[in-house]
Design a protein around this ligand. Sequence first.
Ligand code: FPP
Length: 344
Amino acid sequence: MSTAPLPANPEPSPGPQHVAIIMDGNGRWAKARGLPRVAGHRRGAEAVRRVIRGAGELGIPVLTLFAFSTENWARPADEVSDLMGLLRQYLRNELEELGRNGARLRVIGDRERLAPDIVRDITDAENRTRANTRIDVNICINYGSRDEILRATRSLARRVAVGELAVDRIDEACFERELLTAGVPDPDLLIRTSGEQRISNFLLWQCAYAELVFVDTLWPDFGKEHLEQTIAEFRRRERHRGRGMVAPEPRSAGLARCDVLLFDRGVAGAALVAPPAVVRTRDDPLDRGLRLGDRRRRLFHRLAGRRRQAGAHHQPGQDLVGPGRRHVLFCGRECGVWPGLRRG
Ligand code: FPP
């Protein structure tokens, strides 16, 4: 296998923009071979490596993998310990490989129940991959969607109780900012391996509009070619969302030249542009400290995801180029066209 770093994707992905995967079937893979379950999980970790690389090569900007659920603690202690061991190994030994793939790692889930050394490894891995811009890889560890939704609800309720937030101001964007996935675009494709057809408490809010693809392949056997097949299926499907694309409509003279607003949460311009054109940056703490070019690149990918969610079928680059479509407002300041895009 080549070890050359993957170059940045020259073109925005035609979609999907965000693939989420429920990696299932490790146990059955092992059982079919008369092996202990941990052998299946080990091979599953190898599949994780293959699929991250494949996703980068296929131009997918965001990949989210369900590695350990809040329910998985109920498994036999040995198996939980084996899985935690594999996660430790992964966080310590895969950073170079992630770097070669241009992958920026983020771990999503409740870290309080994780061992302190794993929490340290997570922080370290996130910091050391934070400048990578080809693909965002989110690994869900101790993640449960109902728990996440309850926490978000409690947090908003507390803010209402202390008079910080009016009930009527609670909308989808406000709710999303409380989720563990704040700043991550919603998945547009959810894959589950091993023939099971359930969502199993994974990204319940976020997958509201995702295409669901269930494949029979057991996770340890899953690879780039299977990913390509699911993407082909995704592209075949007609997407009916029940609402059309909402075009940005700047209503102030100062913003009239801007087709796309990329801004920090709280900037007054928030109300001036329809939601699909808005990409918040402060939602994602890992953005902080990144060079401007890297932040812009990441924002662009997120924007592409948002446009798709809004039912837009055109290429995201078209949002930024073309006559009168070349001004981008970044963090409250105009920063010009996206680098590399042709001026209209
Ligand atoms: C489900 O298969 C899989 C899991 C609960 C764990 C997923 C873990 C990995 C893929 C390896 C470690 C991950 C990383 C990121 C290093 P199952 O055990 O429920 O399979 P079964 O349904 O066939 O029993």
